[in-house]
Design a protein around this ligand. Sequence first.
Ligand code: COA
Ligand code: ZN
Length: 314
Amino acid sequence: MTMREKVQVREVGLRDGLQMVQTILSAGQKLEWCRRMVDAGADQIEVTSFVPPKVVPQFADAVEVARGALEIPRLHAAALVPNFKGAQRAFEVGMRKVHYVLSASNEHNLKNVRRTTAESVDDFRRIVEERDAGGGTRSIALGAGVATAFGCTLSGRVEESTVLGLVETLLKAGADEITIADTVGYANPGQVRALMRKVLAITGDVPVACHFHDTRGLGLANVIAALDADVRSFDASLGGLGGCPFAPNATGNINTEDTVFLLESEGLDTGIDIDALASIREMIASWLPGEPFTGAIARAGLPKTFALRAAEAV
Ligand code: COA
Ligand code: ZN
């Protein structure tokens, strides 16, 4: 009997998805979303973002959501932090996984976090020091994300050498994981295959994830390209919610249901139950009237032949 190869799908709907929506969900609703995702097999969730409530009011409850998430059995909760202060708050609450993000495009970084990319790199070094100084909190995994890695709505082209240079710097600074993000949906499969091969050539044992947006319809094609380059971890958002409030015309992340469908169809094991995702999606949609939800599986359903895939892999 052959085991199917595992692939990770990390839910970012509660963070990337919610930072764009108009309705503010309660902490209770967010935690219910988390619990049900874990039951569906999606146990890697970015549960909140430690930003000033003035900047993103949706995350005014970050501490409450983080605390609640840490109590959910089997949930591997992560939080996004855009700066040193955010990381301090995440460490204080007891997060075990913290995702720091900076942009390869200096212009996007200035707009997003009001610092140059170089200043954000310095902040990352301080965050690593703070983590390491924490003694008992040493087991915190600190991921570093490079946003606008495939191009930027503000500055246009982003050179591969810029992204690779940042990856090297972040690794040297102590990143435990690297995420390469197409924040504005500029990437195409050829570009993804080429860049991700080069990224994986320098990351060694450090895990690498891709974060795609489906702004121009190439999100899932980019997943296939990243698989070709041996990436086995992907961010996705339930119902395709999301976008970056600081990047013009950004739209949602790749849709979790469709991403799981694609990966499973490729013979990979996500551990996630797509039917369960569909019912969570219905629940979230009822909480967020008027928000755009995307997804081909939600529209058309799974093919009858889909159930055969696991049996065929045996
Ligand atoms: N959480 C809570 N409060 C924070 C904070 C954080 N992560 N970072 C800064 N603050 C507070 C400071 O304590 C300070 O408060 P005070 O006025 O009471 O002293 C105030 O905010 C300003 O601090 P400063 O360091 O000058 O921040 P800034 O105004 O330069 O803003 C960011 C920088 C990073 C906080 C802001 O640009 C931001 O939140 N960006 C994130 C945007 C985002 O979420 N993008 C999408 C995800 S990639
Ligand atoms: Zn994003």
